[in-house]
Design a protein. Sequence first.
Length: 156
Amino acid sequence: MVGTTNGVKEFEEGENSNQSSDVQAAIDVYGLSDLTKIGADYDEAAANAHFTLISPDGKFIHGKNSGLTSLDKSEVVAKANPVNYVDKNDPPFLLLHGTQDVSVSPSHTLLMHNALREAGVNSTRYVLEGARHASAEFSDPQVIKIIVDFLNKNLK
């Protein structure tokens, strides 16, 4: 979310509004891009589980005791979706996702990657074969090297 809201006034308000929250680079590791599509690649039962009151998704969007799901109040849900803020002013992105992620559909980083590229933002996406959500593959030395190289290129 921070990477796609550079320069969005709504996110610059508050106690430290004299400080910019803009970032120079963003790394998205199996992140969400559109909460209404969180189970997009799963079977119907798994996909629909994200839209229940016991799912953490609605609590993330509306608050812990809201009694709402990620399908309620579409205008609020839209504001919680990073992909809705993508524009040409976004920093370079590195996206990583595993093919066996059963918590966040791998299509989320693809959706973000495509939106960033369409907006003219430098975006690179790696898909780790066999990796699950937060599995050991993301700590592999080759993956760490990709991350370090990305940061060195974009922050130095």
